[in-house]
Design a protein around this ligand. Structure first.
Ligand SMILES: C[S@@+](CC[C@H](N)C(=O)[O-])C[C@H]1O[C@@H](n2cnc3c(N)ncnc32)[C@H](O)[C@@H]1O
Length: 351
């Protein structure tokens, strides 16, 4: 592995604070600000475990497109808070788009994004800041600090979910909310059009199998309810929606969703297997690349109707809350462009 993008030894980005006292594989501030290069992609150099996806320019474009899509179609936040939040934490903030947009929505709140990769912008709203921290370690954040903790698309990163949820609970204020949203990468199809011999099924099954073998299963959303219960959270609210994998639905809104997802998967196919298949199966990059090319060709050519399930879970740290103030909506769905008031209750894809 070759270290790249080395900053001056004393470089510390003003918007990014480094929490190097959390255990890590690196020892100095300058190491934390390096990325490592593998097969032409760049990865974080920080954290007790390796992360499965790159954090480079190509990934930034993918995340920006996905953020914009979620912002418009789902909104930024689903938790039913009844008073303006003061402190918000975004776990695995990536390039920081969500944290920045939420800071703009709640100017009186302080929004903190944490990540193992120093890839966030310097120009941010005054109430937004970023910290380099590994959320698989013990967090620096004090007990009972946050009104809202948020985690979106946590794939190929968490080995110990119960530990993570214990920390979420510790750092939430009494009555604070936790929201986690993720896409379950398992191919669904209601009309038999996705054959068992399809490359999509082949690739997704390999990804699920590899991630499970390596201890960071893509099936983690199936276990969240149990983990939440074990961590001592109250009732969980869940909203699960179909996410068409390509632009096959006839419904125009779902078709638009499928178009974005097709681009997302095409982009992801250049990165998601590189580390995973090497670690799980010993595949060299050219083998992963060959399989992914076949997948991309199939996605363009085939008339089939696959979808994934995408879920939003939100739950609350129990204990009494301040009474709701008059004038605030019960549910804040912040930043959503509500499509004809349809909100999250999207229709299932039609065959
Ligand atoms: C798929 S991106 C999601 C970005 C953002 N949540 C969003 O939805 O736009 C995942 C991010 O989590 C970060 N990450 C991975 N493992 C982490 C860890 N153990 N602690 C903190 N951040 C981590 C990665 O560096 C990457 O930026």
């Amino acid at each position: 592995m070759q270290a790249i993008s080395e900053p001056p030894p004393d470089f510390v980005d003003e918007a990014i604070e480094v929490h190097s006292r959390t255990a890590s594989t690196v020892s100095s501030t300058s190491d934390i600000f390096q990325l490592v290069e593998e097969n032409g992609r760049q990865y974080p150099n920080y954290g007790i475990h390796w992360y499965g996806l790159p954090v480079d320019h190509g990934e930034q474009e993918r995340m920006a497109r996905q953020h914009e899509h979620y912002r418009v179609s789902e909104g930024l936040l689903h938790v039913p808070i009844a008073y303006p939040p003061q402190r918000i934490l975004d776990l695995g903030t990536g390039f920081g788009e969500w944290a920045i947009d939420v800071a703009d929505c709640f100017p009186s709140a302080i929004v903190t994004g944490i990540d193992i990769a120093p890839v966030q912008p310097s120009l941010v709203p005054p109430n937004c800041n970023f910290e380099i921290q590994d959320m698989e370690c013990f967090w620096d954040q004090a007990d009972d600090t946050f009104d809202i903790i948020h985690l979106r698309e946590p794939i190929l990163m968490i080995r110990d979910w119960p530990h993570l949820f214990d920390q979420v609970k510790r750092c939430l204020k009494p009555g604070g909310w936790f929201e986690i949203s993720c896409t379950h990468l398992a191919v669904q199809c209601d009309d038999g059009s996705v054959l068992d011999t399809s490359f999509l099924r082949y690739v997704v099954e390999r990804l699920r199998d590899a991630s499970t073998n390596l201890g960071m299963s893509l099936d983690c959303p199936l276990h969240f309810a149990q983990y939440f219960h074990d961590a001592g959270f109250g009732a969980v609210q869940t909203s699960t929606l179909p996410l068409p994998v390509t632009a096959w639905p006839t419904d125009p809104q779902l078709r638009a969703v499928g178009e974005v997802e097709h681009k997302n998967l095409a982009s992801l196919s250049w990165s998601i297997g590189l580390r995973l298949f090497r670690e799980a199966y010993g595949w060299p990059p050219h083998k992963t690349d060959a399989v992914m090319r076949l997948l991309r060709a199939e996605l363009c050519a085939l008339d089939y109707h696959p979808y994934y399930n995408r879920s939003v879970f939100f739950l609350r740290a129990l204990i009494s809350m301040p009474p709701a103030k008059r004038g605030f909506a019960d549910t804040l769905c912040v930043g959503r462009n509500d499509r004809d008031g349809e909100g999250l209750s999207r229709k299932r894809p039609q065959g």
